[in-house]
Design a protein around this ligand. Structure first.
Ligand code: FES
Length: 217
């Protein structure tokens, strides 16, 4: 066997020729398969998806903040339960007391107050919304107001609607009697008027009066 001498250059050529760095023809992606147009469309889709995704997240965040802002927390005053003193503070048959915070009048009605502007037979606490059912004016209690020879009425200053101590309409353009509010009394006699629970006034106003232990009778 003749001794063949391989030069360093030839040895490199042989080594490079045997390297398997080429992709098989079947697996290779044809150069024409991925065009610049495809790349452009795919980029556009990506940008569009990013835009709408970002907008959606921003809108959701804004709606969440708005709902959080509107959610009622620690609601006080009108529209919520309002403390109205203790039962022992309400003398039976006395003039109604005004509660500006809750926009109501509160009285301990005496069933024996049978005069025309009296209790209408009601016995106990009755809370009346001071807003006139006609056009919304504030209705004051007027102890000295005389209507048909009887003194002591609710009398609206706007158009003259007149109501008994139980809020029953007896005169004027108001379409109904004064509205009433829900009352609760706890075990210690503390009164709460729920100004968010309003019932339209009617001839049954006297039956809505609330009796409670400790209420002066
Ligand atoms: S608003 Fe009270 S009578 Fe008109």
């Amino acid at each position: 066997m003749a001794n063949e001498t391989v030069s360093p250059t030839d040895a490199w050529k042989q080594a490079l020729a045997t390297r398997k760095t080429q992709v098989a023809d079947a697996a290779a992606v044809p150069a024409a398969a991925v065009t610049p147009l495809d790349q452009d469309v795919s980029r556009r889709n990506f940008i569009r998806a990013s835009f709408w995704g970002g907008l959606g997240v921003t809108l959701l965040g804004s709606v969440g903040l708005l709902l959080d802002y509107l959610y009622p927390r620690n609601v006080k005053g009108f529209g919520a339960p309002v403390p109205a003193g203790n039962v022992k503070d309400f003398v039976k048959g006395a003039e109604p007391k005004a509660f500006s915070e809750g926009q109501f009048w509160l009285a301990n009605l005496d069933p024996a107050e049978t005069r025309a502007g009296g209790s209408g037979g009601a016995a106990g606490l009755l809370a009346l919304w001071r807003k006139c059912p006609h056009l919304g004016c504030t209705v004051p209690w007027r102890q000295s107001f005389d209507y048909e020879g009887d003194k002591g009425w609710y009398r609206c200053p706007c158009h003259g609607s007149t109501y008994t101590k139980a809020g029953i309409r007896v005169y004027g353009p108001a379409p109904r009697s004064m509205d009433t509010m829900a009352i609760t009394v706890d075990a210690s006699g503390n009164i709460t008027v729920d100004t968010g629970k309003i019932t339209k006034g009617g001839p049954d106003n006297p039956t809505r009066a609330v009796k409670a232990p400790g209420l002066p009778t």
